[in-house]
Ligand binder design. Sequence first.
Ligand SMILES: [Zn+2]
Length: 441
Amino acid sequence: MMLRIKRVPTVVSNYQKEEAEEGASHAAGCGRNCLRSCCLPGAKLPLYAFNKTSKVVCEKDSVGSENDEPPVDFLDSLLLAEWEDRMQRGLFRYDVTACETKVIPGKYGFIAQLNEGRHLKKRPTEFRVDKVLQPFDENKFNFTKVGQEELLFQFEPSKDNVVKFIPKAPIDAENSPSVVAINVSPIEYGHVLLIPRILECLPQRIDRESFLLALYMAVEAGNPYFRLGYNSLGAFATINHLHFQAYYLATPFPIERAPSKKIITTNGGVKISDILNYPVRGLVFEGGNTLEDLSNVVSDSCICLQENNIPYNVLIADTGKRVFLFPQCYAEKQALGEVSSELLDTQVNPAVWEISGHMVLKRKEDYEEASEENAWRLLAEVSLSEARLQEVKELIFETICCNLDENKDVTKTPVQESAVTPPPHEDVDAIRGSHPSMVPV
Ligand SMILES: [Zn+2]
């Protein structure tokens, strides 16, 4: 049996619309200024080269540069400034900054957004939800088909450990750059896509190198309100071309304030804990002697889930210091007819943002009646049962501990309650507008 659900696909690019409309061809290329061989030659795009060595090395010889300041502020002056530029140019399908947002009263601080524009003008499409790994299909929409105006910049590791910014860098097709692009159906301010090695046309699946790239982006942004997320196939990803999402929202997510209980610390210093007192069961990874330690443990866990055909979502929080992992089963239940019509009628797709506590609602009545109970009820359907999660954790630990055992590099520590003090909750009005780059400069 093949499991499918019908849902309205999210339009992430203006070139994803019904392929019927042919662009008027002018000059060279296919007329769409895309990223394929028809339009790529001669194309230029800003390049931000980040430093993989987290500590800046002070060279005695270098004159007058005691601290190696980045040539451009990554989040404010590059990412958000370029994003706002595309908003001015009218590339988005609606104005997300005009969507109503509120913090739902209660102790968890769920955030509700009314977003009526996101799913207009699209018919529901069938998605296969029972295969987390599916081969790349070049006939379907993928990011090589987006217009170059939807791209913001290339994001690459620096070759000489010096942060560099080149405003007009050639796009080197041979090296398949990683790029940051807008999502034309944003759910928040600064909503972008990180597409690792875009021209390699990788399917939606985590690998070590790509996950590390996403962590580096969180580090480079350096702001806890800028998070990255990942949805696997079967967990509400709609495009089978490897991508992460990210956006800026100046309030803590409920998941970030959930208490946790330590299970284990790897010898690489990565602490793995159970998430407690939250409707979706999952794991949180933090620490690590190096960013790569953290990245490898998380990506190996994701690879384990993929290979066992378990759909999952990932949130990268705290500037890359904490990563949440949620195996989920909502789409499967939906395909099997096990989700109540009351929940289905809301058409809310519980992907990484909803699971983290940012509820993107499509109907005004759901927004007006939004309550902690409703949010909890939806998210509880997303979660694996306690027993199933236990099995899944055993699979994960077997995978990562096997890897670790080879290096004799795992230390089991007694379970202990972590002392969690949730950060004070911000004023509703402060969610938006508190960020300096909201003011044109
Ligand atoms: Zn083209």
